[in-house]
Design a protein around this ligand. Structure first.
Ligand SMILES: [Zn+2]
Length: 409
């Protein structure tokens, strides 16, 4: 009989961690990285790692580790313990605590793996100061010159937040790992979307994490009196932006991969008063897609569309890149380990892209990286009622355990 995890123990850990940063009204959890609630949660986690007989340490970027076994290369699992403001109990926490549960189960069962296992909780995955900060530093992609410039949306500097939590921010790049010490990385996460629940599939095998293109699309027309200028003479920048937003949505749906998505998250209109025709309209437009060729095609298609719309309406248009990330593919070896572990438990699984960013996408730069998803109730996440069924959590934990044992040999 292969070992299996203890759901009561995992559940008690999930409930205990969810008390750190619990909002006073009892609704939701706010536990951003480096905050007092986060640092208390870290201390609690280290104590639980020690209970599980793991060797613990914290690196220069504030990533927390616990290790079972000696030698190298190691198989890593984990996620993050920071949350978004008013977040739920599972995003990140599940991957860390299910990983802890697996290592504790392996140790208690007296199973000796060929390779050591390492549990990790990455810093600031949610990006209050810088998205995926801990895993980025671990793979050597944090530029020390940039650290002093990083700040939260409300203006708090990363250097101050880290110093308050007892870290030296200018040393964070020292967290860079030696890739030869790593064998694979596998992260369990809630899906945060509706697909698995709707299809009644217990396990999602993540085949890759989407790339993101964010652009500022700026239409420029002419400010005119909104009462006296005939409709056919107006060069209304907002109407150009509105037409573009609707047509870009259609373009991404009809010419994408079927899982491509797009969003206009912000519109700014100037001069922004009722009695002047808008002279300028600026959209913040993003698109996400797993296949790099499709993503490039969608971006080119939307740029051509913006020019067409502008031309027909007598406007000018400018497209400024805001940020871009490339899609990553999960390692076949890691996906197969998850599929074999699920098959052994007679659980069906489905390969799917992740539309959200995760630390696993950083780890892909230095080792074979992968993820598995469990269904989210109602597809809800990043909100207080984020939840998954306990049965689904138990299944996910046992598939993680089976896959880690396969990878660790
Ligand atoms: Zn997460």
């Amino acid at each position: 009989m292969p070992p299996s995890i203890s759901l009561p123990r995992l559940r008690s850990h999930i409930e205990a961690l969810s008390a750190f940063g619990r909002n006073p009204d009892g609704q939701g959890i706010t536990r951003s990285c480096w905050s007092p609630a986060h640092e208390e949660a870290r201390a609690w986690l280290i104590a639980r790692m020690k209970d599980a007989s793991l060797t613990t340490w914290i690196d220069e970027a504030g990533n927390t580790f616990g290790r079972l076994g000696e030698g190298r290369p190691t198989v890593m699992t984990g996620s993050h313990i920071d949350t978004v403001p008013q977040g739920g109990p599972l995003d990140g926490a599940l991957g860390v605590l299910a990983g802890l549960e697996c290592l504790q189960t392996i140790h208690a069962a007296g199973v000796r793996t060929h390779r050591p296992l390492t549990l990790v909780a990455w810093s600031d995955e949610e990006g209050r100061y810088a998205s995926l900060f801990g895993s980025k530093a671990f793979v050597g992609r944090v530029d020390p010159r940039q650290i002093p410039t990083l700040a939260s949306a409300d203006g708090e500097r990363l250097v101050d937040a880290m110093a308050r939590a007892g870290f030296d921010p200018l040393e964070a790049h020292g967290a860079r790992c030696d890739p030869r010490t790593l064998f694979a990385y596998l992260e369990l996460h809630i899906e945060q979307g509706p697909h698995l629940e709707a299809a009644r599939i217990p396990i999602g095998v993540v085949e890759g994490i989407v790339g993101i293109r964010r652009n500022r699309v700026i239409f420029t027309g002419q400010p005119d009196h909104a009462g006296t200028t005939p409709m056919e003479r107006r060069r209304d920048a907002f109407l150009g932006a509105a037409e573009y937003a609707l047509k870009a949505r259609d373009l991404v749906v009809t010419r994408g991969s079927g899982t491509s998505v797009t969003n206009v998250g912000r519109v700014d209109v100037a001069p922004g008063v009722a009695n002047i025709v808008p002279a300028r309209a600026q959209l913040l437009h993003e698109m996400r897609e797993l296949d790099p060729k499709v993503l490039a095609r969608l971006e080119r298609g939307c740029a051509a569309l913006a020019r067409q719309v502008a031309k027909r309406r007598g406007l000018r248009v400018k497209i400024e890149p805001v940020s871009r990330s490339e899609p990553i593919r999960c390692a076949p070896r890691v996906m197969e380990a998850v599929e074999q572990a699920a098959a052994e438990l007679r659980l069906t699984c489905r390969r799917m892209p992740s539309g959200a960013g995760h630390d696993a996408q950083m780890l892909a730069a230095v080792t074979d990286s992968g993820m598995l998803f469990i269904p989210s109730r109602g597809g809800r996440s990043h909100r207080p009622d984020e939840m998954s069924d306990w049965k689904a959590i138990e299944r996910g934990g046992n598939v993680l355990l089976g896959a880690l044992l396969r990878l660790a040999g």
